[in-house]
Design a protein around this ligand. Sequence first.
Ligand code: CA
Length: 606
Amino acid sequence: MYTSGAWGFVYALDAKTGKEIWRYDPNVDASYGRRACCDVVNRGVAVWKGKVYVGTLDGYMVCLNAADGKELWRKDSFTDRTKAYTITSAPQVAGNIVMIGNSGGEYGVRGYITAYDLNSGEQKWRFFIVPGDPKFPYEHEEMKMAAKTWDPNSDWNTGGGGTVWGAAAYDPELNLLYVGTGNSTPYPIWYRSPSGGDNLFLSSILAINPDNGKLKWHYQTTPGELWDYTATMNNILADLEIDGKKRKVIMQAPKNGFYYVLERETGELISAEKYTRVNWASHVDLKTGRPVLTENGGWYKDEPKLVIPYLGGGHNWPPMSYNPVTGLVYIPERTIPQVYKSYDNYKWKPDEDNTALDYANSSNWSLVKDQIKSPQDTMMTESLLAWDPVKQKAARKIEGGAPDGGTLSTPELVFQGTRTGYLRVHDAKTGKLLKEIFTGTGIMASPNTYKIDGVQYVAVMAAFGGAPTCCYYGDAVFHEYENKGRLLVFKLGGSATPLPAKRNIPPIPAPPTMELDTAKVARGKQLYYQYCETCHGVGGDGTNTLHPDLLRLPEAKHKLFKEIVLGGLLAKYGMASFGNSLKEKDVEAVQEYLVSQQKKAYLQSR
Ligand code: CA
């Protein structure tokens, strides 16, 4: 069994015993961690005829010998190393090529995919998702079409986004490669393409001929994208009977809350319905294929808007799965509202969040009180949703129990992990919970199953990645148990699951003595939310994150604060220098804010 881990490590294991055969270390410079919006994750490898392919966080497409893990070839897939590109997705084999995308949509990059010859690694083609500066020639003809949907005076330096970081798909019969594309940077279209426009090919599903990299068809789920509504969620290819006709379909439940069924040879939109609570659009017009916007779906330029789903979507990357026996798709669904409010001024900055979104007010309902029509509008719910893609409606909804991991369908069962540390097994027809196993480790990935010598195994990658703090629910099991990544494999009659060690959270130390200036603390807070909160947590409290807890910084580290933040003293441990974004006085302000927070927490804890 081949699997990847953080940074792009690859592990080859005996699938029967779990014994490690070899491991591959991609030797990524740890400072790349700063460029990864949602931790240094990797979503898997591709395996083909004795070869294993992986994309490394720092942008290399690598081909390994499956037998011993030796590098056969390694190609630099980045076009511009001054921009904050990373790779977090799995490669996709399609025909004679292996394709890799990239990540960094929040950081101001221009998305594209690159195809390499499976054997030699020779670059076969590259397909850009959004156009570049019109002063330069179009890289391929599709960019001419896309450019018509952008303001010619767009802020080309911000890259435009559209990164391909999710799961692709391939139909060998039609010889079509399907990719989903990401959101823009910055989110507010008035900063990137001032007169608006659809901004192709953001938030789209693309069908590409893998032999030559030419676009066969495209479907844009969210024209003029404003909300981080990526369409990079997993694509399912299935044959469905719709209105008495057999249709070859591709299905996706992107972040924007609509479940799409498209004819996969032509891209014709067959149907699109809300699989979760959605308030930015009333419906998708099947004639035009476009969503019909509501008031909430307007530009949040002059007034903040209450929008459902939030930027993490009604469904994110944890894969949904299709069961042809029940005819249902099992989706880890959630409804989360958000206040969208932009910064007044936006200018592209290197290596940092370029979304121009005011995260500190994401849940500030007082800003949108006129838009709150019912208590539900500010509530969060989540479910394991059994969706009928033909009828385009829920067959069943199982709420509660943190059903947020990816799903696996077998003819009779649905497997799903939870952030609360359970692996659950449901009856696929009735949804009844048949079994749950406590593992002590949060599970986001979807399980896998295979049979060796007549024994059926279920394997799942367990542990919680350091995604932004919005995802750190209080019930996540890593608050209680250590969060070390591990692969758990189950079989009938197997032994008890060994639990990880319990976490030991030290008390808050006395804060360093420091004169605090109220204005400086306030400025520090603003900077903290802009630069630090994603990794280090709300208000500096890192107990809920996987990164160092800044309320528990020892005095010695406080003394080295500038050397760490500006000088990159701890860069090799993943704390890169912020010297290209912050000035000395900014760092002083952040430190004062943290000390003020530590002071409060220290007094409370006594
Ligand atoms: Ca995004």
